[in-house]
Design a protein around this ligand. Structure first.
Ligand code: BES
Ligand code: MN
Ligand code: ZN
Length: 493
């Protein structure tokens, strides 16, 4: 896809199709300086004939409209003018993309983004136009040999008023970097677990480092042993793929500026280990590295934008499989922090690899540490697929993440981390157990992590419900790269 910002009046625009928004009141989303009365009157008269409702996501194709040289006109419904919010705007953009895919067009002139959307400005509209188009046109076909259709590529001309030109150019820059980061995250998630192994993730991180001038270290088994990450290594024992511990350093801020540290769960396949999972949908546990992929995608975006800030990425990555040498229920592990853990269920492995990464994070004297993990099925039960679970030991950090989620439309909902829940992790034989029973399963998982994050401001994002979609539209979503990028951008000013 290609995007460029244009400010010329309609008569001067050339492309295969013109996209214009229409409200349910049958009002045309127009702009006096950009449009002419000829086309507005024409569209209004067509709307009076009743075939286009203007309901959100509805559409109508017309030909040879007056007032423009563009031969095709696609009307897209935006619903009720007063109710147009970010979510509905996204729906309209997706409807546009679905229709464009069926049309014989390559170049597209869009005016959808000039609609006024509750609480947002033109720069937001332009950014989300581009991002939503990129999201809706993403396909993962690399591994198909037959029916591998060439992906349709469009060129979009995004029209804004002259006075908004500069702002819109900045939005375009941000959106293209962000959509590349999101695409990177999606593809890593969608790759099969026989290709996307811990070694593969390490290689991808190193490639990324080279592209953007970021220092990347990939520690191997021996180096991980030296660090005494007994908990992480416990999980890795049941796999023939060697574990990796990836550290990325984007140090482009001031020398004395404390870094933001992002920690991503990188289980490249979670069979549950000896506490093996049932067979149904087990393939989806290839997505158990989506936290790691979101860290890499965020680094891609931050790298492309060359942001003047210090960000560290930490990724513990291994497989969780049953094996003769695998971790067993009852085993007791000694974590890097020295705290001991009784493993009561080997399927609660995410927290076992993250806890050592959280201890490792201390050495960076971080401003904040945020871990991102497909951690619990319980979080999906609590929040469904719309919001990521957010936990934090710091109210300001929680607020900053919530608002970054709102702006990016990649939302998170704060959950409690009360002391009351901690006793569910009591163990008769070690400092703690790795599970806290069925009640509040997402919360007790977060409580477990909190015991390793006492030395700094910390937040945990449980993305089990948001990192990928199941069913017919199965595929990684790229979340929460949008949220994380916005959080980092907000730290710049
Ligand atoms: N990766 C899973 C969590 C998960 C399950 C995410 C299903 C999305 C969909 C995690 O490692 C896990 O297995 N968690 C267990 C914890 C339990 C044993 C305490 C779970 O949620 O069932
Ligand atoms: Mn598991
Ligand atoms: Zn897992």
């Amino acid at each position: 896809m290609k995007f460029s910002i244009k400010t010329d009046p309609l008569e001067k625009q050339r492309s295969d199709v013109l996209v214009v928004g229409v409200y349910e009141s049958l009002k045309v989303v127009s702009d006096k300086t950009l449009f002419n009365t000829l086309i507005i009157n024409y569209i209004s008269s067509i709307l009076k004939r009743g075939d286009m409702t203007g309901k959100i996501g509805s559409s109508l194709i017309l030909y040879d409209a007056p007032g423009t040289k563009i031969p095709k006109l696609l009307l897209i419904g935006l619903g009720k003018e007063k109710e147009l919010d970010g979510k509905k705007y996204h729906t309209a953009i997706r409807a546009m993309v679905q229709t464009l895919k069926k049309m014989d067009v390559k170049t597209v002139t869009s005016y959808l983004q000039i609609a006024s959307i509750k609480g947002n400005h033109i720069e937001w509209n332009v950014e989300h136009f581009i991002n939503e188009v990129m999201d809706a046109t993403y396909e993962f076909n690399e591994l198909k040999t037959i029916n591998k259709k060439a992906k349709k590529v469009f060129e979009f001309f995004v029209i804004v008023d002259k006075k908004n030109h500069k702002m819109a150019e900045l939005s375009l820059q941000k959106a293209s970097a962000l959509s590349k980061g999101i695409e990177f995250t999606k593809t890593l998630g969608n790759l099969p677990p026989n290709i996307c192994t811990p070694t593969y993730l390490g290689k991808k991180a190193q490639e990324l480092g080279k592209e953007h001038g970021i220092k990347v270290d990939v520690l191997d088994q021996k180096q991980i042993e030296k660090l005494k990450m007994g908990s992480f290594l416990g999980v890795a024992k049941g796999s023939r793929q060697p574990p990796k511990f990836i550290v990325l350093h984007h140090n482009k801020g001031k020398k004395n500026q404390k870094p933001i540290v992002l920690v991503g769960k990188g289980i490249t396949f979670d069979a549950g280990g000896i506490s093996i999972k049932p067979a149904g949908d087990m393939d989806e546990m290839k997505y158990d590295m989506c936290g790691a992929a979101s860290v890499l995608g965020t680094f891609k975006t931050v790298g492309l934008l060359n942001l003047p800030i210090n960000v560290i990425g930490i990724i513990p990555t291994c497989e969780n499989l049953p094996d003769g040498l695998a971790l067993k229920p009852g085993d007791i592990l000694t974590s890097m922090s020295g705290q001991t853990i009784e493993v009561l269920n080997t399927d609660a492995e995410g927290r076992l690899i993250l806890c050592d990464a959280l201890t490792y994070a201390e050495k960076f004297d971080p401003a904040v540490v945020i871990d991102i993990a497909t951690l619990t099925g319980a979080c999906v039960i609590a929040l469904g697929h719309h919001a990521s679970g957010l936990y934090s030991n710091d109210d300001q950090l929680a607020k900053d993440l919530e608002s970054a989620g709102q702006i990016s439309m990649d939302r998170a909902w704060r959950m409690p981390l009360w002391e009351d829940y901690q006793s569910q992790l009591d163990s008769n034989f070690a400092d703690m157990a790795n599970i806290g029973g069925r009640a509040g399963g997402s919360i007790t998982a977060a409580c477990f992590l909190s015991r390793f994050a006492k030395k700094y401001k910390w937040a945990h994002l449980d993305i089990a419900g948001t990192a990928w979609k199941s069913g017919k539209a199965k595929g990684a979503t790229g979340r929460p790269v949008g949220l994380l990028t916005q959080f980092i951008l907000n730290k710049l000013h």
